[in-house]
Design a protein around this ligand. Sequence first.
Ligand code: NAD
Length: 322
Amino acid sequence: RPNSTSFIGLGRMGSEMAYNLFSKQFAQKPEARFVVCDAVPESALSFCRNFSAAFPGANIEIVATPEEAALASETIVSMLPSSAQVQTVYGGGIIPTLRGLPPGLAKQTVCIDSTTLDVTVSRQVALEVIETGASMVDAPVSGGVTGAKAGTLSFLVGGTETSFQAVHPILSMMGQRIVHCGPAGSGLGAKICNNLILGVQQIVVAEAMILGQKLGLDPAVLSSVIGSSTGNCWSVSVNNPVPSALPDKSPPCERDYEGGFASVLMEKDMGLATDIARQTGTEIPLGDAARRLYATMIAEQPDLGRKDFSSVYRTPAVGLLA
Ligand code: NAD
């Protein structure tokens, strides 16, 4: 196990994060051992091929199950779609399964789950992992695929101070800003609250941009005015939904909303916010409305589901401009 790291979930985010992590660990310790695991064997295989081509001599292998990954490693990082997959992989949660991680965990194992999932499920999984004597943090990320590739992600970490200190050097190999938000589940809490704001914000920016155009305003003029006024926010000044509204051509709207953060993921995160709001007796009327709007958009225009969530500007439910 020593000097051995497993990465479980090599999707759009995980493959970039694993690449940064393994390449930096390899530079520090060429004898380090790397283990990858994905439910889609081709994802693990293509990651291994790319990594081995870039770092010949690196000791990397594919395993078929999370248990094998657990038996092989002292550090386990997971980046999975959501709650159901984290429950399956870690074998804890509401429906315990024998095919997850805990049976193979050793006391010195450190588990880092970077998935954005339900806070309650994450806390249950962490409890079960900690009962085995191993340690676990939730460490969801902000920064998207671009940040994952550049190694500039922000990690929002929930767990004990000791666990935070233990995972800090590992997370620093994949990100720039590593914040200890509090005990288990706090990283996810911070992530979900942030995305609740973002999901609502992107809709209201689309509304304002459409209303402004109906009032005869040029979107570039309107964006510039808002960008230096009290309505300014990331959805106006970086992720503006209107093509040519910003001088720089980087927002996804300039590429027919390709890339960026998929609407289906935003809808998932709004669902996490509304679910945890219900569980904690918190009224979030704007969050509820935003969740419904993203869900309707995805159901009625499935092509927008995989596009950036700023494509909410293109749904007739907002402004009837499109
Ligand atoms: P993805 O669907 O591209 O990747 C998930 C990977 O997990 C896939 O390769 C899938 O095959 C694998 N997987 C699923 N079940 C598995 C199992 N039981 N065992 C092993 N592997 C399994 O998703 P993504 O875009 O990489 O996002 C991952 C997480 O990061 C999500 O929770 C998402 O909300 C969050 N996130 C994504 C972004 C983004 O821009 N994509 C930004 C911030 C946070």
